[in-house]
Design a protein around this ligand. Structure first.
Ligand code: ADE
Ligand code: ZN
Length: 347
């Protein structure tokens, strides 16, 4: 891999940015996993933090999800969800994150008997503190697990309605192939009726037809991953024409073997074609890097220019669900950051 100058690497990490594809359960670092296991009397199949990290070798999405859902067993009390979300925000603040739209998977918890209220209240409390103590704005995206039934998704949406004001959007995640977006049309219709926005994972391992369905049936405003759009020229034209954002996760794609290495990642091609792509971390505790690390590593591997790095950070705000006024403020902040005399000559 080409060595990137230290200053451009640091610039990419520190640049003001939004994170739009982040599973809060995927930020559970092994150290916190052990602390929570001890606190809640949950036994783990690992003897040490190092052993956990050594187990994080994945062959595909499903092999990761099996470990990810097992890790979630330590999350039981409202305080656990608070601690998880606060730890993420504190780290994100060190990597230039100014705004985060965060996925959570309530079914992973309520199906183990954890009340929905404990999950959502803990996360919400941390997000509020993130606003006051770290100056990070945020929103919550409730994800339905696509390997479970459409009825279970509808039931989960109904459980969420008392907390409607704390939730920004709905999403769709978990095992993709064999679980097309069409299955969740009714629950997405209902979610939009109550004013929630829509996003969906599609085209990570699944075919381009899943991206079409997410757009046409679920009315998704962003596509999470979406990298398999490259296989369908008509879809590429539509994504460019309508400027539909893709929330791309380079380190995740390599760890889950969607692409063999970062140098083979199509991010630069997507950017050059005029797609509204953003860089995100997905499940940073499992994939070896937070959002700033993703931007830094992909910039280095693909030899991105300073302008392309800035364009990716701009896209992250443009693709977010914040108000136009707040968007303007963040974009101005980004411009001011990039214009600092000591950083202007970085290439
Ligand atoms: N849940 C957590 N991470 C995921 C991913 N990358 N794809 C689908 N579901 C997920
Ligand atoms: Zn994801």
């Amino acid at each position: 891999m080409r060595e990137m100058p230290d200053d451009l690497a640091t610039f990419a990490r520190d640049l003001p940015k939004a994170e739009l594809h982040l599973h809060i359960e995927g930020t559970l670092e092994p150290e916190l996993m052990f602390d929570l296991a001890r606190r809640n009397g949950v036994s783990l199949p690992f003897a040490s933090v190092d052993e956990v990290r050594r187990a994080y070798v994945f062959s595909d999405l499903q092999s990761f999800l099996d470990i990810y859902y097992a890790g979630c067993r330590v999350l039981i009390q409202e305080q656990d969800f608070y601690d998880l979300a606060w730890a993420y925000l504190a780290r994100a603040a060190t990597q230039g994150v100014r705004h985060a739209e965060i996925f959570f998977d309530p079914q992973t918890h309520i199906d183990r008997g954890v009340p929905f209220e404990a999950v959502v209240t803990g996360i919400h409390r941390a997000l509020q503190e993130g606003r006051t103590r770290l100056d990070i704005t945020s929103g919550l995206i409730l994800c339905f697990l696509r390997h479970l039934s459409a009825e279970a998704a509808m039931q989960t949406l109904n459980e969420a309605l008392p907390y409607r004001d704390w939730i920004l959007a709905v999403g769709l995640d978990s095992s993709e192939v064999g679980y097309p977006p069409a299955k969740f049309k009714d629950v997405y219709d209902r979610a939009r009726e109550v004013g929630l926005l829509a996003v969906a994972h599609a085209g990570e391992e699944g075919p381009p037809s899943y991206i079409w369905e997410a757009l046409d049936l679920l009315h998704a405003r962003r596509i999470d991953h979406g990298v398999r759009c490259m296989e369908d020229e008509r879809l590429m034209e539509r994504l460019v024409e309508e400027q539909i954002p893709l929330t791309v996760c380079p380190l995740s794609n390599v760890r889950l073997r969607v692409f063999p290495d970062l140098r083979s990642h199509p991010l630069k091609q997507l950017l050059d074609r005029g797609l509204l792509v953003t860089v995100n971390s997905d499940d940073p505790a499992y994939f070896g890097g937070y959002v700033g690390d993703n931007l830094q590593e992909v910039a280095s591997a693909l030899d991105l220019s300073r302008e392309q790095v800035i364009a990716l950070a701009r896209n992250s705000f443009i693709a977010s669900f914040i108000s136009e006024e707040q968007k303007r403020r963040y974009l101005d902040e980004l411009d001011r950051f990039a214009a600092q005399p000591s950083l202007k000559t970085i290439s």
